[in-house]
Design a protein around this ligand. Structure first.
Ligand code: GNR
Ligand code: NI
Length: 168
């Protein structure tokens, strides 16, 4: 297994709209395994293919505290949503930045597994937040896009400053 490089804001590749997965083959299985490894190594609760510069509609997540509830969603579609919640979000592609985002509280998702079989799953709370965050990535959208232009400009400045301090 290998760890994959995670793209960081404002990398324009994060704005790519992903294409549906059509081949449920060994390269797909390898990609899922590498995304799982990358997510756990980075201590993330989710990872979308877009973030590792693969522009196919798949995401992995594990919102459990024990990191023992791995899930993969291929070609996910939200088929029902209900309620609202506000949760503080972070993103491996926007390191060190946290902000509140309003999203649906409950979802029903239809997706395929790594063999191509279709399943449906109900998600609530943090799992619902995470799935919506990851599905945004597949559309080229980031959580900072929900902030006001002023706040987003502050985020960009803060990241530039962080990066300057990393290299010096
Ligand atoms: O690790 C992550 N934590 C997180 C916390 C609140 C809301 C969303 C997330 S997803 C994020 C990993 C990530 O960037 N996935 O795209
Ligand atoms: Ni993210």
């Amino acid at each position: 297994m290998s760890q994959l490089n995670i793209l960081e804001f404002p990398d324009p590749r994060l704005r790519t709209v992903a294409e549906p997965v059509v081949s449920f083959d060994e390269p797909l299985e390898i990609l899922v395994n590498n995304m799982r490894e990358t997510m756990y190594q980075a201590n993330g609760i989710g990872l979308a293919a877009t973030q590792v510069n693969v522009h196919s509609r798949l995401l992995v997540m594990d919102v459990s505290s024990e990191q023992d509830d791995f899930m993969v969603f291929i070609n996910p579609e939200i088929i029902a949503r209900e309620g609202q919640q506000v949760h503080e979000e972070g993103c491996l592609s926007v390191p060190g930045i946290y902000a509140n985002v309003k999203r649906a509280e409950q979802l029903t998702v239809r997706a395929q597994d790594v063999t191509g079989e279709t399943f449906e799953k109900d998600l609530t709370g943090l799992a619902a937040v995470c799935l919506q965050h990851e599905m945004d990535h597949l559309q080229g959208k980031l959580f900072v896009d929900y902030l006001s232009p002023l706040k987003r400009a502050m985020v960009k400045k803060k990241l530039e400053k962080q990066r300057r301090q990393e290299v010096s």
